[in-house]
Ligand binder design. Sequence first.
Ligand code: FPP
Length: 229
Amino acid sequence: MPLHVGIIMDGNGRWAKKRGLPRTAGHSQGAKVFKKTVEWCRELGIKYATFYAFSTENWKRPKEEVDAIMSLLNKYLDDIRKMSQKNTRIIFLGDKSAFSDDVAARLTEIEEVSAANDGLYVLVALNYGGRDEILTAAKKIAQEYKSGKISIDEIDETAFEDYLYTKGIPPVDLIIRPSGEQRTSNFLVWQAAYAELVFMDVLWPDFSKKDLTAACEEFMSRNRRFGGV
Ligand code: FPP
């Protein structure tokens, strides 16, 4: 089984369009499937599950849609917080400063309340971009170099990873992208260097436990060599 699975929750808009519904109805259904998928990951014994909920580029969408996603997120933060009762550790990947002070404080509070949990790790990428994450890390390291806290020789891959949002989290083994698109869209750019990619035709709001299982089975049939033979 993959230790760490990343999921790009794509196809909400098309799901809604097919039904003559507003795009926001697709996001609403998508959020319900997010919650169910967390439980399926737990049942399948996946240890780390990362969900791409909102990218640094998603702000370009119409204001009504961004507002609808933010209010959905706000609504689901209660549910996400409750996951901590099941020994779930919750971590948000991304720049929290773009959110209002109260949302940013809630995100931090949820991370803190779940910090001692060590069952399933749920990572939610919010205002996340892989390039932004790498740049932010590079800037922090430059600052530390400037202040004499780190030397050039100390900057290796392991040290660099400590500056990423995923500090302490193993690299992603399997990335699942539903909706038929075949790209990774700035998701876990550093962490996915050796990830297996599984693209599926199902739209995210229709994603089922069967699809998650099928993606894991596809992963298990792959021969991972990590550059070796
Ligand atoms: C991509 O589908 C989806 C998003 C940009 C938003 C995902 C958000 C949620 C599932 C809800 C909020 C999340 C949580 C964790 C509660 P799309 O709109 O790009 O679909 P399309 O490609 O069919 O237009």
